[in-house]
Ligand binder design. Structure first.
Ligand code: F0G
Length: 411
């Protein structure tokens, strides 16, 4: 077997990795990259990779780009795994960590996928890249397209993208198209126009995006001293990241680099929960949510393109997907900010919200090592943050007035 092979997740048909492709030419299901474990073990053993700094490209030998590929990087990955003793105490848990992927260069986990996706786009000779996005993908793609000198076209749902994310896509020079519709419709437009318009799609339907994102799981294992956590809570939107994490844990254990694999607990917002619905009903097919809605705009997705991948990943891990309300998401966002100093955007607090809910329901092994993935930085969505907090108090420009204000005598 070749070191890497791209094939259909459903019928297994192999596809040429040196051509742009996202779906199987026979059955239309998504594609994935598989590595040959034997040769990967050999490459790893000679690589001395553990001496490299923690980052996406620390795991170069496990990433399917050519040996001589020019790597487009702005130091993505190597994000902190933060111990959260105060929240753990409050919830009665022994060991709780947050993998803070909001600490990536553009403020979300998307950078892990984009450094690989753009490197691959260049290998394929593409000059224009595109995506549909609830915000973070467009911000990240725009940044990586800029360092690769590529044109970038992003489609976003009108009025539903957090301000920080929009400002990034614009600032990095992308052509931003606001679509009068939701994310699902924008993604349909991207998929049906990209071939005709010669654009390479870097949504998470692109298998190389997943290959970058899986490194977060490798990192978590390395950060925990070679042992996987018992349970991993993660938000599910389009379903790419949860599938990528599972792929990472699965590969890393198979390569003998860590012990164990976590149960994956996929968390969706109540108003955009087609994957959680499948688990609740025990159904085999996804029924899209026509009008998804949630304060966590990043995961405001009704028809996740990667549903088969994520459902398979969550099931294989022995986990399941469930929902949290917007109020629960916002409460978890505040909890993280006020107890652990971690500022996450709402979607980046959904995993913790899911854990808090499980604790309330008595569904958590309190002695287990638990990791919550926080996917995006709070500065992405200042409006939602400010909307939840008291207004700043006002003081005249003198100490007397300040004293009065702090004594509660003024606003
Ligand atoms: N958290 C954040 C902050 C996100 O931006 C996203 C997805 C997710 C979680 C869900 O990840 O889609 O792989 O299941 N954002 C995409 C975007 C859809 O366009 O930025 P997923």
């Amino acid at each position: 077997m070749k070191p890497f092979q791209m094939r259909c997740i459903e019928c297994g048909k192999p596809h040429d990795m040196d051509r742009p492709a996202y779906a199987c030419s026979s059955c239309g299901n998504l594609l994935e990259v598989r590595m040959d474990l034997k040769s990967a073990k050999q490459r790893l053993s000679k690589s001395g990779f553990r001496k490299r700094p923690l980052s996406v490209w620390r795991y170069r030998e496990l990433i399917p780009v050519g040996k001589d590929a020019h790597i487009f990087s702005i130091h993505e990955g190597g994000t902190p795994l933060i111990r959260c003793p105060r929240i753990a105490d409050q919830l009665g848990l022994k060991s709780l960590w947050v993998k803070f992927d909001g600490a990536n260069p553009t403020g979300s986990f998307k950078d892990r996928g984009m450094t690989v996706g753009i490197t691959k786009a260049k290998e394929l000779g593409m000059s224009t890249v595109t995506c549909a996005s609830t915000g973070n993908t467009s911000a990240s793609l725009a940044a990586y397209a800029s360092i690769a000198g590529m044109k970038c076209v992003v489609l976003i749902p009108e009025g539903k993208v957090a301000l920080g994310k929009l400002s990034q896509a614009m600032m990095h020079g992308a052509t931003v198209v606001s679509v009068k519709g939701n994310f699902d419709q924008a993604l349909d437009m991207v998929m049906s126009s990209s071939g005709k318009l010669g654009m390479y799609v870097l949504n998470s339907v692109n298998p190389f995006r997943i290959e970058g994102q899986k490194t977060a799981a490798y990192e978590v294992c390395d950060q925990l001293g070679g042992v996987a956590p018992k349970v991993l809570y993660i938000p599910v939107g389009n379903g790419g990241n949860s599938a990528a994490y599972w792929k990472g844990f699965d590969e890393y254990e198979s390569l003998g680099q860590c012990v164990g694999r976590p149960i994956i607990r996929g968390i969706q917002a109540e108003g955009a929960a087609p994957v959680a619905d499948m688990f609740r009903k025990g159904s085999k097919e996804l029924v899209p949510v026509k009008k998804p809605d949630t304060v966590a705009t990043a995961i405001r997705i009704g028809n996740p393109a990667n549903w088969k991948k994520t459902v398979r990943a969550i099931r294989d891990s022995g986990g399941y997907a469930s929902t949290v309300s917007d109020d629960e998401i916002l409460a978890a966002q505040k909890m993280m900010a006020r107890m652990e100093g971690i500022f996450a955007e709402p979607a980046g607090a959904a995993a913790l919200a899911g854990l808090v809910k499980d604790v309330d329901l008595g569904e958590v092994d309190r002695a287990a090592e638990i990791v919550c993935v926080s996917t995006g930085h709070g500065l992405k969505d200042p409006d939602t943050a400010i909307g939840q907090c008291d207004k700043p108090r006002e003081s005249e420009a003198n100490v007397k007035s300040l004293e009065k204000v702090l004594a509660g005598g003024g606003r």
